[in-house]
Design a protein around this ligand. Structure first.
Ligand code: 13P
Length: 252
């Protein structure tokens, strides 16, 4: 199997205005442009309204831009929503679907997440499909089962290495400063890899599997060194170039 190129993705969530966003994106791009022959691909997912504002600034450093959610339909009477086609048209190459905050806040089911991933594929976007157990589920010893179920129900039939990334984000690790042990991450990612390989064959062996949840400059190297961890999905530490770029560097 050829080496999987790591992806370091920033999820700004509902943070970052126009001014600060441009400042940070510009700094990230300048630093990224200086990285000759760097291994990792870099992606920033700002709030959708900032995509057209930041797109060119990020592109100057070959940093891709993505969105944090999309609607399953291509167009129609869905007030307040954006379709995957619209995101692609605005310059996005990726869209996050099924983030645990949306699963919790908007009650998104695995079926809804799968429909969004299918929409992303229809529009030519790479879907970053998020999965992860809650603290209670891990305490009850159900983490592997819960994530396996989310994985099989949320990742659509047409998934391939080029159009799908899976992000394992334990809910209890998001924004808390808590991270699973490297052994727990290794166990989870090995399970995900085995299931994806069984279902999608070579495509499943080539899909990127990201870890997300309290990734920072201090723990990135250890997490990225775990087998079948092909990058990171970073929240809080992706908001500034100062916090984010050392994580990019840790990925090589
Ligand atoms: P934090 O890095 O802030 O824990 O957020 C992780 C996350 O949810 C990224 O999608």
């Amino acid at each position: 199997m050829s080496e999987i190129r790591p992806l370091i993705a920033g999820n700004w969530k509902m943070n970052g205005g126009r001014r600060e966003g441009l400042k940070q994106a510009g700094q990230m791009a300048r630093q990224a442009a200086r990285r000759k022959g760097a291994a990792a691909e870099i992606l920033i997912c700002p709030p959708a309204i900032l995509v057209p504002v930041l797109r060119d600034a990020l592109a100057a450093g070959a940093i891709a831009i993505g969105a944090q959610d999309c609607h399953a339909a291509a167009a129609g009477a869905h007030t307040g929503e954006q379709s995957a086609e619209m995101l692609a048209d605005a310059g996005c190459s990726h869209v996050i679907v099924g983030h645990s905050e949306r699963r919790a806040d908007q009650g998104e089911s695995d079926a809804a997440v799968r429909a969004k991933a299918e929409a992303a594929h229809r529009a030519g976007l790479t879907a970053i499909v998020c999965v992860g157990e809650t603290r209670a589920e891990r305490r009850r010893g159900q983490a592997l089962d819960v994530v396996a179920r989310q994985l099989s129900r949320s990742v659509p039939k047409g998934a391939a290495a080029a159009n799908t990334v899976v992000a394992y984000e334990p809910v209890w690790a998001i924004g808390t400063g808590l991270v699973p042990t490297v052994d727990d991450v290794a166990e989870m990612h090995a399970m995900m890899r085995a299931r994806l390989a069984r279902r999608f064959r070579a495509e499943g062996r080539g899909m990127r599997l990201l870890y997300g949840g309290s990734v920072n400059a201090g723990n990135a190297a250890a997490l990225l060194g775990v087998a079948h961890v092909n990058g990171a999905l970073v929240g809080g530490a992706s908001l500034t170039a100062k916090a984010f770029m050392p994580i990019v560097k840790a990925a090589g």
